[in-house]
Design a protein. Structure first.
Length: 195
């Protein structure tokens, strides 16, 4: 005698509830995509905030005036840590002078901060500024500011591009004559486009 196979009821995957839920999710995803494409400015919320000690500390400048990065609030800021004895810093400085000439009129402020002791390197730093025709403010990073920016990496030079709202847009360690200048330029163009 043949056994008759019982018909099992088929469960439909696309129930009315699943169709409606899927349509709602797709509509929300589409709305989110359109709103982010139309924003006009990039959202920097994902970028790390530069610690307040970096902005609030008053540092000594080579010209005798104080340097306080908080004075550049609302502007794009390029900060370079360097030293007079550093060979790569000496190679990088002419490029930074060119970048300053090109980007300062477009709203980027530059500040050079030596990691040396201001009490023993004062004349060396002033001579360096004259020798390389540095027109942007130059001074000395306090130990706390330098350590905060460097985050455990002690090699110099180090450059930091900071957005108008005080976020770290880009950090560039070291200097390579062929790679670093285009990298700096691209980062400056990118921050101007959306930072």
């Amino acid at each position: 005698m043949a056994i008759k196979k019982q018909d099992t009821p088929r469960i439909k995957f696309w129930t009315p509830l699943r169709v409606v839920t899927t349509l709602i999710v797709l509509a929300l995803l589409a709305a989110f995509g359109v709103s982010s494409c139309n924003s006009g400015r990039s959202n920097n919320a994902h970028l790390p905030i530069v610690p307040s000690v970096v902005f609030d500390t008053e540092m000594q400048a080579a010209n005798g005036n104080p340097i306080k990065l908080a004075n550049y609030s609302g502007k794009i800021l390029f900060v370079n840590l360097w030293a007079t004895w550093c060979g790569p810093c000496r190679m990088e400085t002419p490029e930074l002078v060119r970048l300053h000439q090109e980007y300062q009129p477009r709203g980027v402020e530059f500040v050079g901060l030596s990691t040396e002791d201001p009490n023993t390197s004062g004349q060396k730093v002033r001579d360096f500024v004259t020798q390389y025709n540095v027109a942007y403010p130059v001074g000395w990073a306090t130990r706390e500011v330098a350590l905060t920016l460097m985050q455990g990496k002690t090699t110099i030079p180090q450059s930091y591009i900071i957005t108008r709202d005080g976020r770290l847009f880009k950090k560039i360690d070291g200097f390579h004559p062929r790679r670093t200048p285009p990298e700096l330029k691209k980062a400056l163009e990118d921050v101007l486009a959306g930072g």
